[in-house]
Structure formats: structure tokens, C-alpha cells
Design a protein around this ligand. Structure first.
Ligand code: BTN
Length: 264
């Protein structure tokens, strides 16, 4: 199927390859509607996809700019059987799936910045906001929200993020069909989540480590309580937690907060 036809097919039928897709021309946030569907008991793998979001949400309460028809903004509803303590690993798996799909579709080399940023040429082109909704009959409901800047131009990105944010178009000079990219991304992310559910976290970790944008680099960690720790990334441990070695040799485990990479 031609790629733009894929987008049309989704709009016309509300599904793709047997997957239910709730498409909206405009929405506040796909994560919000996805949480409602999840609570109502929709099938695992259901997606909410929008052409634009008025209140797209990023990590740490930040907004996610979602210019109409320029990027892919969707939320995947996932039923996990993992222990509560392992749910954060799904974010790493989703990031890996996203990175594989983008590479396959564009040929651009991609890297991952813990926990969920997808980087091309050292700039962020996508982010993932994973939200958990507790137990439902022994399953945990997880919303995996993905924002990928595809054909976004520099002027459509927030000016204060000019040095940090990018899109596939800015990185390559090429425009991409949204439908084809979405199809590849959703299949790849779902594949990675299934690997996690099948107990293959070691495989995910090994692949994630090969794409780690921070390893060996100097960075500043702004903790949840706004204190700053500067040091060198020594990568993620076997639980997927990022570690930073500071100048005194102390190792810090990064559980939340924000990371700023020093310029190269
Ligand atoms: C981040 O990097 O801070 C995460 C960004 C996640 C944005 C996506 S866009 C689709 C979904 N709906 C939202 O409101 N947020 C996520």
C-alpha cells in the first residue's frame, strides 16, 4: 500500500492491519483519550492517533508541540503482565522499537538518551511519555505516548529548543509519508514490548546500550528536587537505570529528572 494511502485508510476505516485506531483531526492529548479507552476496557494494542494536539504533554510537565500534519502523535494502549517494578522498562523497550523503525524507514542513524528521547545528529526528534494506570484484572494498563517530529520545519519547533530539537525532515532534507512511518513505528514498538513481556529484557538492554547517546559523555543531571549533579555517563545498569560518575568518583543512579548533555 502507498504510504499516504495508509493515513487515508486509517482515517476512513479506523483501523490498520486489524488494529483499532481511534483517529482524531485534533485532540487535546492522545494520552488523555487513550487512558479513557483503557479504563473502559479496550483491546491491548488499540491506538489513539491525532493529526494535531492542542495540549500535547511531555515529560516533567512540559508541553509537546504538535503542528498539524507534520508529525506523528499517538498513544498505544498496552496490557502488561510485568511486575509493577518492571513497568518503567517498557519505556526503554518502546524507545528501542521507535529507533529501529526510524532507522529502517529513513536510513538516519538514531541514538537514545535516557529514558525516552530519540536523537538524530545529537538533537531530539522524538519523545515517549509512558503512563501507568494500575491493575485491571491482573493486568497493568500502560499508555505509551509517542511524539515524532517527521516533516516539521525549524520554524515550527519551539524557538527556545532550536539548539536541542529537530525533525526527520530537518535532519535529512527529505519529507516522509506519515502513514508509512506510523505503520513501521507502531509495529516495531509493539514488537519490542512483546519481547519485554516474553522476558527478553537482556536482549533489549544490550541493543539499547549500543544506541546510548550519553555513554562516556559529560552531562548534568537535574534531579526531581532541582539539584544538579555533573559527571560522566557510565550507561544503564541491568535494571535499565542510568548511572553517572561524578568528579569525586561517586556513582549516582538516575531515576527521574532531566539530563543535559554537554556540547561535543
Ligand atoms: C517527552 O519527550 O517529554 C515525551 C513527549 C511525548 C509526546 C507524545 S505526543 C503523543 C502523546 N500524547 C501526549 O500528550 N504526549 C505524547
Amino acid at each position: 500500500m502507498e504510504s499516504d494511502q495508509i493515513w487515508q485508510e486509517i482515517k476512513n476505516t479506523g483501523s490498520l492491519n486489524g488494529r483499532k485506531i481511534h483517529y482524531r483531526d485534533e485532540i487535546d492529548s492522545t494520552n488523555v483519550l487513550a487512558a479513557e479507552f483503557a479504563r473502559q476496557g479496550c483491546a491491548c494494542g488499540t491506538v489513539v492517533l491525532a493529526a494535531t494536539q492542542t495540549h500535547g504533554r511531555g515529560r516533567l510537565g512540559r508541553p509537546w508541540q504538535s503542528p498539524p500534519g507534520k508529525g506523528i502523535y499517538f498513544s498505544l494502549i498496552w496490557h502488561s503482565k510485568l511486575d509493577m517494578s518492571d513497568l518503567s522498562k517498557l519505556t526503554l523497550a518502546a524507545g528501542l522499537g521507535l529507533s529501529r523503525a526510524v532507522e529502517e524507514q529513513t536510513g538516519l542513524p538514531t541514538f537514545l538518551k535516557w529514558p525516552n528521547d530519540l536523537l538524530v545528529n545529537n538533537k531530539k526528534v522524538a519523545g515517549i511519555l509512558t503512563e501507568n494506570y494500575g491493575d485491571n484484572q491482573g493486568r497493568k494498563l500502560v499508555i505509551v505516548g509517542v511524539g515524532l517530529n517527521v516533516n516539521t520545519s525549524q520554524k515550527e519547533l519551539p524557538p527556545d529548543l532550536a539548539a536541542k530539537a529537530s525533525s526527520l525532515y530537518i535532519s535529512s532534507g527529505q519529507q516522509y509519508p506519515l502513514g508509512g512511518i506510523f505503520d513501521a513505528v507502531i509495529r516495531s514498538i509493539e514488537g519490542s514490548l512483546m519481547e519485554m513481556e516474553a522476558g527478553e529484557f537482556k536482549k533489549i538492554l544490550d541493543a539499547w546500550r549500543r544506541k546510548d547517546a550519553t555513554l562516556g559523555r559529560e552531562l548534568t543531571w537535574v534531579t526531581a528536587s532541582r539539584s544538579m549533579i555533573t559527571g560522566t555517563s557510565i550507561g544503564i545498569d541491568d535494571q535499565g537505570i542510568l548511572r553517572i560518575r561524578d568528579r569525586l568518583g561517586e556513582i549516582h543512579q538516575v531515576m527521574s529528572g532531566d539530563l543535559n548533555l554537554a556540547a561535543t
